[in-house]
Design a protein around this ligand. Structure first.
Ligand code: GDX
Ligand code: MG
Length: 393
């Protein structure tokens, strides 16, 4: 980089966020000497959008000139309009109008964001990696979509690739080169990932392109708005699963791909024991909303040893059974039969995922280290079984 060159664009996609936190993040990005452009992509002209628009009007002319506040376009045609449309709008805007060489993304709701994150991501891009993405220490009861949907799904569908080894394949904090942005902007698979599936779509696409990828460990962690009951994650769980299912016939070969990551120091004790969601509220909700159609899907597709335990969980509150082996069997059934157009399939996937999370959480409360080991072993179990069967769908 030439001295004084502003060669990085930073994008914050946003929907409804705390305006003060978001303002701090924008200021932090603007204060970075290499950031030439800050792209803010809103879902619509809501309260957050208006708050940020007022804030921009108070900035100095030089800072104002480096900010674009835009509304996301409808780029996908099949899936819900969500974060994916926001990120894809930013990528297109960057490719068509931006002059910078690199594009970074960060979530707008992060409370621990600092300009040093930009440095740490950019360091690897400057070294020649095409994509550099963050991963964070997470509570052992957090990241339950990542472990039980995404890394398991990658191990199931693409067991021979590095995809299941990526620490946080759903993370929204990452940077890549203009060349990668240009490919993404034309990629139908990515453009259709208009909802929460965008993070999965990007990860899969980096593997499809065979990029040089680096995962950067941000040891201070990502502090952001918290979840309540697991039902806050229902849409994300289903959308992330469905994207993998829909693309299960994609042939991906990562033999020549370069993938490196930071070594992590031991996760701090406070993370090991922290409970990431409202357990009692989740259990209460689990019992509700079972329709006849959901029960008939269970009866038709699931073996009796799973079906009977699910029924007992609903009637007697015996929640602690969905271990990695039973989850593998269930996952396979969803992979083969799940229909995203049928609401009951979506609900059933979510309910069984809740049982998996509750089973893991019980172990995490008793023996945190054993629970982390069991998540890692679950990925290897999925990989080994899928690899051995070497199935063709
Ligand atoms: N433009 C736009 N449109 N932005 C959105 C939309 C949307 O429809 N929905 C969410 N966002 C923004 C949001 O304002 C925030 O800046 C960011 O996207 C992430 O959303 P948040 O509600 O904070 O998601 P959460 O649950 O923190 O998940 C993030 O981390 C997950 C993970 O680390 O596993 C998010 O980046 C997920 O994609 C990721 O799976
Ligand atoms: Mg968040």
């Amino acid at each position: 980089m030439e001295k004084g060159q502003k060669d990085i664009a930073v994008c914050f996609p946003f929907k409804k966020e705390n305006v003060e936190d978001f303002k701090n993040n924008i200021k932090e990005a603007l204060s970075h000497e290499r950031v030439g452009h800050v792209i803010l992509v809103g879902y619509n002209e809501n309260e957050t959008y208006r708050g940020i628009s007022d804030f921009i009007s108070t900035l100095k002319a030089e800072e104002k000139s480096r900010i674009s506040l835009i509304i996301q376009k409808r780029l996908g045609t099949k899936r819900r309009a969500g974060k994916g449309d926001g990120m894809n709008t930013a990528i297109q805007y960057f490719v068509e109008r931006g002059k910078e060489k690199f594009l970074h993304f960060y979530d707008a709701d992060i409370k621990s964001f600092s300009r040093t994150w930009i440095d740490r991501v950019q360091l690897r891009l400057d070294e020649g990696y095409h994509v550099s993405r963050c991963f964070f220490p997470r509570a052992y009861t957090d990241a339950m979509v990542t472990w039980n949907i995404t890394r398991t799904g990658f191990a199931y569908v693409w067991p021979h690739t590095i995809l299941p080894d990526i620490e946080q394949p759903l993370g929204g904090e990452l940077g890549f080169t203009r060349e990668v942005a240009e490919r993404l902007a034309k990629d139908k698979i990515v453009l259709e990932a208009s909802d929460w599936s965008i993070d999965t779509a990007l990860t899969i696409s980096f593997a499809r392109y065979g990029v040089k990828l680096y995962e950067v460990y941000i040891k201070e962690g990502k502090h952001h708005k918290l979840y309540g009951k697991l039902s806050d994650l229902e849409t994300m769980t289903v959308e992330c699963f469905d994207f993998i299912r829909e693309n299960k016939n994609l042939r991906i070969d990562t033999d020549r791909m370069v993938y490196h990551k930071d070594n992590t120091v031991e996760v701090p004790q406070e993370y090991k024991t922290r409970i990431a969601f409202d357990i009692d509220g989740t259990i209460r909700e689990f019992k509700e909303g079972w329709t006849e159609k959901m029960k008939s899907l269970l009866l038709e597709y699931f073996p009796s040893h799973i079906r009977e335990r699910v029924s007992k969980a609903i009637s007697d509150g015996d929640y602690d059974f969905m271990n990695p082996t039973l989850w593998y069997e269930s996952y396979e059934i969803f992979m083969k039969h799940f229909d995203p157009t049928i609401e009951e399939w979506r609900k059933l996937l979510f309910k069984l995922w809740v049982l998996r999370v509750l089973n893991h959480t019980k172990l995490a409360l008793k023996d945190p280290d054993a629970s982390l080991r069991s998540l890692k072993e679950m990925i290897e179990l999925f990989r080994a079984r899928a690899g051995v069967k070497n199935r063709h769908f």
